[in-house]
Design a protein around this ligand. Structure first.
Ligand code: ZN
Length: 379
C-alpha cells in the first residue's frame, strides 16, 4: 500500500465528527502493519502512531479524520464514500479535508526513519476538528509536542495561521400585531434590518497578515414560526465573526451590542463529547486566531526545507495564511509553533466537488519527510 491507497481506505470509511472510530481504526492498523514503534487510540479516540529516534524534540504531524456531512449525494460526480480515482484525482468526502494529508504523513514518517532523524515523531489522526477541536486539544495536552506540522489543505504552500471564529447569537425584540395593522406592533425583522445595515458599515480591527476581522450574518428567523400574517414579536439572529489577534471576544460583544442596545447578544456554549464518551467539555463557540511566530527558528528552518523540496519538484514556493479556522490554536496551547502545509485545494473543502490531485500526494509525502529530517536533528 502507498499513500494513495491509504487515502482511499480512509475516504471509504464514513467518519463524520463524533463518529470517527472506523477511520481511526483504519489508521491505527496501518501504523501497526507499517511497523511503527507504537500505535494506539488515546483517551479521546485520536489515532496515534509513534516512531522513536532517540533523545531529542518531539515533532507531531497532525491531521483530522473527522469530516463534515456528505451533502446531497446526487450532486457528487463520484459517490462521496467511493474514494474513486478519475480525472487524475481521488474523489470523496475527506479527500482534500484532510484524509489524504494524513495518508501522506503516515508514509513520510517511514521515509524519514530510513533516512534517519533524532527525536520523537508522532503522526496523529485527530477527531472532532470540525466541531471545536477537542481531539487536538487533548493531543497537545498529553503529548506536548515541540513543533507541529498541520496538514490542512494549502495547495502545497506554507501557511502560518488564520483568523479566529466567534459565534454571536442575538435576540431581536419586537411586539406582535396583526400584519394588516402593523403600526400597532413593533416588527422584529425591521429592527434586525436596521441593525444589519449598521453592522455592514462597521469598521473592524486590522491584524497584520491576517488582514481584518469580519462580521457575517448567517441566520435570521422570526417568531412566531409560520406566522406569515403576523408582525413578528422577536427574531433570532446569528453572526459568524472572524477575529484577528487582539480583537477579543469581550470587545467584539461590546462593539456589536453598541449598534442596538435593545438586542441581547451572547456567545453560546456547546458541549463537546468524544465518541467513547470519556471526555466532555463545555465551552463557548470560539476558536482563537492563530499566527505562527514568523521569526522563530522552526519557522525559518521550515521555510528553507519546504522551499527546497518544492524547487526539487519544479514548483513555486508560496507562503500565506488560511482563510478558514483549524486546530492550530489547540495544538499551540503549550507554545509549539504550528507549521501549515498540505496537499489539495482549499476551495474544495466542504463542497460536493471534494477531491484531490493525485500528483499532490507524492510531493506532500516528500515535503513531510524533508520537514521531519530537517527539524528532528537532536537536542
Ligand atoms: Zn480540515
Amino acid at each position: 500500500m502507498n499513500e494513495a491507497g491509504l487515502a482511499e481506505s480512509l475516504i471509504r470509511t464514513f467518519s463524520p465528527s463524533g463518529r470517527e472510530s472506523g477511520a481511526t481504526a483504519v489508521l491505527v492498523s496501518a501504523f501497526e502493519s507499517l511497523g511503527y514503534d507504537e500505535a494506539y487510540l488515546d483517551e479521546a479516540g485520536n489515532a496515534v502512531g509513534v516512531l522513536r529516534g532517540g533523545a531529542g524534540p518531539t515533532l507531531m504531524l497532525n491531521g483530522h479524520l473527522d469530516t463534515v456531512p456528505l451533502g446531497d449525494e446526487k450532486e457528487w460526480s463520484y459517490p462521496p464514500l467511493s474514494g474513486a480515482i478519475a480525472d487524475g484525482r481521488i474523489w470523496g468526502r475527506g479527500a482534500c479535508d484532510m484524509k489524504s494529508a494524513v495518508a501522506c504523513m503516515t508514509f513520510a514518517a517511514l521515509d524519514a526513519r530510513e533516512r534517519g532523524f533524532i527525536g520523537t515523531l508522532v503522526v496523529a489522526g485527530a477527531v472532532l476538528e470540525e466541531v471545536g477541536g477537542l481531539g487536538s486539544y487533548h493531543l497537545a495536552e498529553t503529548l506536548r509536542p515541540d513543533i507541529v506540522v498541520l496538514g490542512e489543505p494549502s495547495n502545497l504552500s506554507l501557511k502560518l495561521g488564520h483568523r479566529g471564529r466567534v459565534e454571536l447569537h442575538g435576540i431581536v425584540p419586537g411586539c406582535m400585531a396583526h400584519a394588516a395593522k402593523a403600526e400597532l406592533g413593533e416588527n422584529a425583522l425591521n429592527r434586525a434590518a436596521a441593525f444589519l445595515s449598521r453592522l455592514e458599515g462597521l469598521v473592524l480591527p486590522e491584524g497584520g497578515p491576517l488582514k481584518r476581522s469580519t462580521a457575517t450574518p448567517t441566520y435570521l428567523v422570526s417568531h412566531p414560526k409560520g406566522g406569515t400574517n403576523v408582525v413578528p414579536g422577536s427574531a433570532d439572529l446569528i453572526i459568524d465573526y472572524r477575529n484577528v489577534p487582539g480583537d477579543e471576544p469581550e470587545d467584539i460583544l461590546r462593539r456589536i451590542q453598541a449598534l442596538d442596545p435593545g438586542i441581547r447578544w451572547t456567545i453560546p456554549d456547546s458541549e463537546l463529547i468524544t465518541e467513547n464518551g470519556e471526555i466532555r467539555i463545555r465551552r463557548g463557540e470560539i476558536v482563537g486566531p492563530y499566527l505562527t511566530p514568523g521569526a522563530s527558528r522552526a519557522v525559518e528552518r521550515s521555510r528553507e526545507i519546504i522551499c527546497s523540496s518544492l524547487v526539487k519538484n519544479n514548483l513555486p514556493y508560496k507562503e500565506g495564511v488560511w482563510w478558514f479556522a483549524t486546530d492550530a490554536p489547540q495544538l499551540a496551547r503549550f507554545g509549539a509553533p504550528v507549521i501549515g502545509f498540505g496537499p489539495g485545494e482549499e476551495e474544495l473543502a466542504h463542497t460536493t466537488r471534494e477531491s484531490i490531485p493525485l500528483e499532490h500526494l507524492p510531493i506532500a509525502r516528500e515535503v513531510y519527510a524533508d520537514l521531519i529530517c530537517g527539524l528532528l536533528v537532536g537536542p
